[in-house]
Write a protein that binds this ligand. Structure first.
Ligand code: ZN
Ligand code: ZN
Length: 407
């Protein structure tokens, strides 16, 4: 597998003077999921400037550059920020707030590093455009909205993406992470990100005075029993070698010390590396909630609502091996690590699964070795601008270049 040509690697060094102010500008102006208007405008203008055929699809932007016969390689970046009040102390910290879907003004922050993904992908797109004589085939740069709410990739598919762009032979994407260290990349075959789903549960009791519990059905005790009972799901129903997480992230009931309320609400999150295990966990919670409701004499059936389902990210082994080889050629083996599966989730695989094509998703480092790393989504998230940005750019460009045809 070939690395980038020396001319290309030299060009990437010169791009830093363009990329760094672009990143700090995007970092100052993060936008919420499915509301990435300014971001989309900037990306569309850049791609057009590089000579890409640009389309806006389902809230995202796609640039296509065709160089005749050869493989079609797609590189995906996500565009959204989060409703987080930035506390990073960075000189280019967010100054932006934005109304969410309910009309509430929210502080916004690129707390997941999607600004790095966009600028790295634009760097790769520019490099391939400016050195278009060095490769053949078709390169597609895809910028998707709404990753953080699992809405964006599905919105692009719903808007006809599959029929609007050439079918890729390889679908690539990356994420800046707290591990490996800045300057390094990490890739692996098989599952690298978990599937995930969230669930709201409402259980019913019968209200009463706090002094007369025997006249009511206490949903607080019922909810508490549910929380402890479902801890046995992963411990007793999932094989010890398999991975699963069930977390109760919210539990609400009642208003006062001396009133037994008439209902309780729980919000749960599930993670697994296979859809079968995820489904088992969801079904298991529903089964246990129903049983606890019956045990508590609950007067009404419990209600369940599933939301924010993310598919598993399960790298194609052959494509992951090709990407790894390209990274070793580009970076040297000491800068290429094995990516351990991450328990976070992504809607990355939604689009390649809709096309039915292989994909590979890898990580690149955001924090210098030994530096205390604030995790993704933290208000303190602050990856080192360099070498993180140049590593992400080089990773994206070298993987794409290696998979395209030669000149
Ligand atoms: Zn995120
Ligand atoms: Zn992210």
């Amino acid at each position: 597998m070939t690395a980038l040509t020396d001319r290309m690697t030299a060009a990437l060094k010169e791009y830093r003077a363009w990329q760094e102010p672009l990143l700090t500008d995007l970092h100052r102006h993060p936008e919420l999921s499915m509301r990435e208007e300014r971001t989309r405008r900037i990306i569309a203008a850049q791609l057009a400037e590089f000579g890409y055929e640009v389309q806006q699809i389902g809230g995202g932007v796609v640039g296509v550059l065709s160089r005749g016969e050869g493989p079609t390689v797609l590189l995906r970046a996500d565009m959204d920020g989060l409703p987080v009040q930035e506390a990073s102390g960075l000189p280019y910290a967010s100054v932006h707030s934005q109304q969410d879907a309910d009309g509430t003004l929210q502080p916004t922050m690129h707390a997941c590093g999607h600004d790095f993904h966009m600028v790295a992908a634009l760097g790769a797109a520019r490099l391939l455009a400016e050195h278009r004589g060095d490769w053949s085939g078709t390169f597609i740069a895809l910028f998707q909205p709404g990753e953080e709410t699992a809405a964006g990739a599905a919105a692009m598919v719903a808007d006809g993406l599959i029929d609007k762009i050439p079918t890729p032979d390889a679908y690539l994407g990356q994420h800046v992470l707290t591990s490996p260290a800045a300057g390094k990349v990490a890739v692996a075959p098989g599952p690298v990100l978990s599937s995930s789903v969230s669930m709201r549960v409402r259980v019913h009791g019968a209200g009463s005075h706090g002094s007369m519990p025997h006249l009511g059905v206490d949903p607080v005790v019922l909810a508490a029993a549910i929380v402890t009972r479902i801890q046995t799901l992963v411990a007793r129903e999932i094989a010890p070698g398999d991975f699963g997480v069930v977390t109760v992230g919210a539990l609400h009931a009642g208003t006062s010390a001396n009133i037994i309320p008439d209902q309780a609400e729980l919000a749960l999150n599930f993670r697994a590396y296979s859809e079968e295990i995820l489904d088992h966990l969801v079904e298991g919670v529903q089964r246990m909630v129903r049983a606890e409701c019956e045990a508590a004499r609950s007067p009404k059936e419990p209600e369940f609502e599933l939301f924010n389902r993310y598919p598993v990210t399960d790298n194609d082994p052959q494509l992951a091996a090709q990407v790894r080889e390209a990274f070793i050629a580009q970076f040297g083996p000491e800068r290429v690590e094995h990516m351990d599966p991450v328990t976070a989730s992504e809607d990355f695989s939604t689009i390649p699964d809709a096309f039915g094509v292989p994909y590979c998703y890898w990580g690149f480092g955001g924090y210098a070795q030994g530096r205390e790393a604030a995790p993704n989504h933290s208000p303190l998230w602050a990856p080192d601008l360099q070498p993180s940005l140049s590593t992400g750019t080089e990773a994206a460009a070298s993987a794409a270049f290696a998979l395209l045809g030669r000149g």
